[in-house]
Design a protein around this ligand. Structure first.
Ligand SMILES: Nc1ncnc2c1ncn2[C@@H]1O[C@H](COP(=O)(O)OP(=O)(O)OP(=O)(O)O)[C@@H](O)[C@H]1O
Ligand SMILES: [Mg+2]
Length: 437
């Protein structure tokens, strides 16, 4: 498809000139203000933006920064009336692809766009970007000291460039935490995920480093790698324990040199990204067995965050249940809730698959409830979780909170509705530190 260029300038004459310089090779769109630029980007597929530095009502690089944040993969060329070197440097630092003085636009604008589109044509950049940006966020942080501590530590250092190593059993939320850290990092680039477990070594190498056309048999097109794609963003290496020793050593070099070469390429490409690695494997054991490089381990483990298994935080179970159920109820316009029997089973189950397993069970019970009156809860006989009593207290607290809310904080009315003595409820309200009148 023909690429589309969006020309942003408040003066019509300037837009006409820019269109003229670009010629008929590409489609054009126009915007005369910051608002119409953002509206056009929302409603159209745009491949590059040509942006005037002086848009009324916008501070120097305000629009450039917004566009870079919202559309990190979209090339932006800056145009200005004066050939100001300092501004050019600043614009490039903020992620502009090029900076062209208006006096030289006739000469330079088209070749600059040519370069951008050529490199995109040669690779599957746009698809890869779409993939990288297609990330759904859904983070819930339960009110529990272990989760609060892990998430707070993740957020506290998110703006640094330190590497994170996320540990925890399967389904404990390592992916979710990695995305959360990226969102808190303020980085303008994409969150790029690499599954080191799924791929064979050759494929993983090309996935990470990209390759030039003809780098190996079957490499008909050049391809941008995930390292390059993560520039100014986050590279999330999932299941890092499965990375082969050969790739581990190549990746360590990238981290040290902050540059790399595509397979079959000669140019060193500079990159800057934050690494988040995750595994449910014991990496120390892997090091002892000679399967994981110790130097890479220390380089990746600048901050270590360990997500707890659900069986050790049963107080979080009712909170996750409420979170997931309210999302399901909202989507399906229903008001399903677990009955007490089923809730008891949920609390006593040990959840080897952790939050993923809990979510899947809930979903199943939810949909069963939509078609029959008999949600069966956990199919397997429940094990007994020794930490269950505290979880029951959490449910009690949530219940009282809801009842108080329904009665505007009035303890007497809430007690009546709950069939409790006023004093009993008042005692519990105090014990749980709830607000009442
Ligand atoms: N804090 C959370 N808020 C909402 N959903 C969560 C949270 N943590 C985990 N989940 C959900 O639980 C499931 C498993 O989470 P995730 O994929 O992050 O686990 P993981 O630790 O990466 O597992 P694995 O080791 O198998 O890759 C996902 O569906 C995810 O949406
Ligand atoms: Mg995962």
């Amino acid at each position: 498809m023909n690429p589309t260029v969006l020309i942003v300038d408040d003066k019509e004459a300037a837009r006409v000139l820019a269109k003229d310089y670009i010629g008929n090779t590409w489609s054009h769109l126009e915007a005369d203000s910051s608002a119409s630029c953002l509206a056009t980007l929302r409603s159209h597929a745009v491949d590059a933006v040509v942006l005037d530095l002086n848009i009324p009502g916008v501070k120097d690089f305000g629009l450039l920064t917004t566009v870079r944040q919202k559309y990190p993969s979209l090339p932006v060329l800056m145009l200005t009336s004066f050939g100001d070197f300092q501004k050019a440097v600043q614009a490039t630092k903020l992620g502009a692809s090029d900076f062209i003085p208006k006096e030289q636009a006739e000469l330079l604008l088209k070749p600059s766009l040519d370069r951008i589109f050529k490199s995109r044509q040669d690779s599957d950049l746009s698809d890869a970007y779409k993939d990288a940006l297609n990330v759904k966020y859904e983070t819930f942080i339960p009110d529990h000291p272990l989760y609060s501590a892990v998430y707070a530590e993740g957020e506290r250092l998110a703006k640094s460039d330190l590497s994170y190593l996320l540990l925890g059993e399967t389904g404990t939320g390592k992916d979710v935490l990695a995305q959360h850290v990226h969102r808190c990092s303020g980085r303008s680039g994409a969150f790029v995920r690499v599954d080191c477990g799924e791929l064979d070594a050759h494929f993983l190498r090309s996935e990470l480093f990209g390759h030039e056309k003809g780098a190996y048999t079957g490499a008909d097109l050049s391809r941008i790698g995930k390292i390059e794609l993560a520039n100014r963003g986050t590279l999330f290496l999932d299941e890092i324990g499965n990375m082969s020793l050969d790739i581990q050593s190549k990746f360590l070099t990238v981290l040290e040199k902050k540059s790399f070469q595509r397979l079959g390429g000669n140019d060193a490409i500079s990159v800057e990204f934050r690494v988040i690695a995750a595994t449910n494997m014991d990496l120390k054991k892997a090091i002892a067995a000679g399967k994981f490089r110790e130097d890479l381990y220390y380089r990746l483990n600048e901050i270590e965050l360990v997500l707890p298994p659900l069986r050790e935080t049963p107080e979080a179970i009712p909170q996750f249940i409420q979170h997931f159920l309210s999302a399901l109820n909202k989507t399906h316009h229903s008001q399903f809730n677990l009955d007490l029997m089923t809730l008891g089973k949920y609390l006593s189950h040990l959840w080897p698959g952790n939050i993923r397993e809990l979510k899947a069970h809930l979903k199943r019970d939810f949909f069963r409830s939509q078609f029959s009156s008999d949600p069966t809860g956990i199919a397997s006989p429940p094990e007994t979780n020794p930490n269950m009593t505290s979880a029951i207290q959490v449910i009690e607290k949530m219940n009282i909170e809801q009842m108080l809310k329904a009665h505007d904080g009035n303890v007497s009315q809430a007690a009546k509705a709950m069939n409790l003595k006023r004093q009993t409820l008042a005692y519990k309200v105090k014990k749980f530190g709830l607000e009442a009148i």
